[in-house]
Design a protein around this ligand. Structure first.
Ligand SMILES: C[S@@+](CC[C@H](N)C(=O)[O-])C[C@H]1O[C@@H](n2cnc3c(N)ncnc32)[C@H](O)[C@@H]1O
Length: 361
């Protein structure tokens, strides 16, 4: 541990997000900081794919990080405690990194190199590959990289060939995926790429060891705005019977499974013949309209769990989502319905977010 005077203290949090969503990420963090009593400024250049919250007070920033659960944030793919960015000479990139680690007194069990989710970021892959081994060996020698260090991981976030930012993540409050991105293979036979949005939602919201119970064979589901059938395909893959509601055509192979009843009806007014296990909805419409329809289903307990998308073509996306989530939560509170409610901007989402609701009583 360096003497107190030479220590570099983390003074900021670093969040990865989808390029183009920096303003939403910054609004979200600003609101969270206010709610948790932190003064600071959120900064994120448009299309950069990341946002920093720089604290303007003298408390350990780790406390803010600990109180801010990644699973509860909407736009963050990853959340790290971070040091100020390092700009270095291209002749020696290792020494400044190692010195900053030593000055921070950081120790960790793994080192991950990451970049923003941009073309410029991808172009840094070769450099990162060349640095990985020598850097790990240098960090091991100086005691930063250890066999046991509380599961902590060092993230080296490269924004350019001569610019890197060091961040730390902690087990239980981080994404375990590089870049916070869940890459999924497009399943053979699925009728649309949208299918990956529902698959990712399940990975995100339902623990793997609960899939057999909560996504079980023989369950009944409805898919509103189902055509051509990407989401229905996922439900059928799990052995569910699906009411597929859409005026548009549903994939023929999917209909041939005998598991799908295609109804050419309006998803906003259709009512299920009995209580269902799942409701999913990917209709492109105003977020408030979709939310009101979901509220109607959930108040009446027409389904046990729901996944739906809120499409966000507007500028102030965070404000719009927050308004809808509040409307939903307040409506459910008034109806005396207790739920688990989460909302995330998934990797396979574009101008939309995915909401998951589960009835708890
Ligand atoms: C984004 S697509 C759904 C894609 C689908 N999730 C998939 O994976 O293939 C939206 C669908 O919503 C349907 N839609 C729009 N308004 C609707 C309504 N009021 N009721 C039912 N379907 C509607 C459209 O016809 C369109 O097929």
């Amino acid at each position: 541990m360096p003497p107190q005077a030479d220590r570099v203290l983390p003074d900021r949090l670093l969040f990865y997000c989808r390029p183009g969503f920096e303003a939403d990420m910054a609004s979200e963090i600003t609101a969270q900081a206010e709610a948790l009593g932190w003064i600071g400024r959120a900064e994120g250049q448009a299309q950069s794919g990341f946002v920093q919250f720089v604290a303007l007070e003298d408390r350990p920033i780790n406390e803010f990080h600990r109180d801010l659960l990644l699973a509860r944030l909407i736009f963050a793919r990853q959340s790290l405690v971070a040091l100020p960015p390092l700009t270095m000479s291209r002749d020696d990139r290792l020494a400044p990194i190692v010195e900053q680690v030593v000055a921070a007194g950081w120790s960790f069990e793994a080192v991950w190199h990451e970049t923003p989710d941009t073309n410029e970021g991808k172009a840094l892959a070769g450099l990162i590959k060349a640095l990985t081994r020598p850097l790990e060996s240098a960090l091991r020698k100086r005691g930063g990289l250890r066999r046991k260090a509380g599961g902590r991981r060092l993230h080296l976030f490269w924004t350019d060939g001569d610019c890197v930012q060091l961040g730390m993540s902690f087990p239980g409050n981080r994404s375990e995926l590089p870049g916070g991105i869940r890459r999924l293979r497009f399943p053979k036979g699925a009728p649309s790429r949208s299918t990956l949005k529902l698959e990712e939602a399940w990975h995100e919201f339902i623990p793997r060891d609960e899939w057999e119970i909560r996504l079980a064979e023989g369950m009944q589901a409805a898919d509103l705005g189902a055509a051509p059938g990407g989401w229905t395909w996922q439900l059928v893959e799990r052995g569910m019977h699906v009411f597929a509601i859409d005026n548009g055509p549903i994939d023929k192979m999917l209909l041939a499974t005998g598991m799908v009843e295609h109804l050419r009806e309006d998803g906003f007014v259709w009512e299920p013949p009995q209580r269902l296990d799942w409701l999913v909805c990917d209709i492109v419409d105003k977020p408030a309209r979709v939310t009101a329809m979901m509220l109607r289903w959930l108040e009446r307990r027409w389904c046990r769990e729901a996944v739906f998308n809120l499409k966000l073509p507007m500028k102030r996306r965070w404000q719009e989502v927050t308004r809808c989530l509040l409307m939903l939560q307040e409506g459910l509170d008034q109806a005396g319905v207790t739920v688990e409610l989460r909302c995330r901007h998934l990797y396979h989402d574009r101008e939309e977010v995915t909401v998951h609701v589960r009835l708890l009583d």
